[in-house]
Design a protein around this ligand. Structure first.
Ligand code: AMP
Ligand code: ZN
Ligand code: FE
Ligand code: FE
Length: 297
């Protein structure tokens, strides 16, 4: 029998995905997955519904989040995935609140810049599209497409919103090692998301080694190796780095509903790796792994 697999990185309407937790759980069950993680950006708000939906779909649930950190202010964006942090942890909650507030301030500033560039999108519409989720550039891009200012999301980024673009405004962000430390102190487990999309190895090998040294000192547990944004060469190169550094290798779809092409279950993590990740969570309890054990029978 094949080892059961889990998709360890998916988004919903609680951040910048277009699907509900119920839809993600249903899609995961339909794809034959043993479980699925919810890793919305900067928020734990979707956990409760996702837990209920996974129970109903009879699959396991891995509670998580994704922090967008930055190497230096306005610099390279480094995404950190956190799994099983204590949802009542004060510093973690405070940082999520701060990120949400700062995201709104920044999104308003980007809407102002667009207006100055002759692109009229209403802040009220952007907020409506975000629907209470922490506001991100994809929400602004969606409002731009809707207003007929650009043909599609890609054009919105290419012409206006991409890092350093004419309407781009940097956002408050932690340093990557602070993101890992925050997850660790909340009892969670940290994994570096899509490293291949973040660091081109040909040109940035020295930078990568320096960053990974820092992240591992802060307690990094793994690298997201299998990801729709990584081609075969990238996967092979990063798998080797994971082995050298004794980091766990995960896989996930980074599903965003209609906002990205990836489908749930496109890339996955074997249950044995999920078990080893979970064993590094502060509050790991054998009974929490029941769904994993059941799947392997
Ligand atoms: P934000 O968190 O507001 O900085 O927005 C980041 C999100 O925008 C990422 O998670 C991606 O989903 C999306 N994004 C960033 N750059 C691009 C791009 N060049 N094209 C399409 N989507 C992008
Ligand atoms: Zn996203
Ligand atoms: Fe990401
Ligand atoms: Fe993501």
């Amino acid at each position: 029998m094949h080892e059961p697999v889990i998709d360890l990185h998916t988004h919903t309407v609680f951040s910048d995905g277009t699907t509900t937790p119920e839809e993600n759980a249903r899609l995961a069950a339909a794809a034959g997955l043993a479980g699925i993680a919810l890793t919305d950006h900067d928020t734990l708000d979707g956990w409760e519904r996702m837990a209920a939906a996974c129970a109903k779909a009879r699959i396991g649930f891995v509670p998580g989040l994704e922090f967008s950190t930055e190497l230096e202010p306005g610099g390279r964006s480094v995404h950190i995935l956190g799994y099983w942090p204590d949802p009542d942890d004060r510093p973690l909650r405070e940082e999520c609140d701060r990120l949400r507030t700062e995201r709104e301030r920044r999104a308003r500033a980007m809407v102002d810049r667009l207006a100055a560039l002759g692109v009229a999108v209403a802040w009220a519409r952007v907020a409506e599209i975000a629907g209470g989720a922490p506001v991100g550039r994809p929400h602004i891009a969606a409002a731009m497409v809707e207003a007929g200012a650009v043909p599609d999301l890609e054009a919105a980024f290419d012409e206006f919103l991409a890092d350093g673009g004419p309407a781009w405004v940097p956002k408050h962000a932690l340093a990557p090692e602070a993101g890992v430390a925050l997850i660790r102190q909340a009892g969670g487990v940290a994994v570096l998301a899509h490293p291949g999309s973040t660091f081109p190895l040909e040109t940035h090998r020295r930078e990568v080694d320096a960053v990974l040294d820092l992240l591992q000192e802060a307690g990094l547990a793994g690298l997201e190796i299998d990801h729709p944004g990584h081609d075969e060469g990238v996967v092979a190169a990063w798998r080797e780095i994971a082995l050298e550094r004794e980091l766990l290798s995960t896989g996930s779809s980074d599903f965003h509903g209609d906002r990205k092409a990836a489908r749930i279950g496109e890339c996955t993590t074997p249950s044995g790796v999920v078990r080893r990740l979970y064993e590094r969570a502060a509050h790991a309890r054998e009974e929490d792994l029941a769904w994993l054990a059941r799947q392997s029978d």
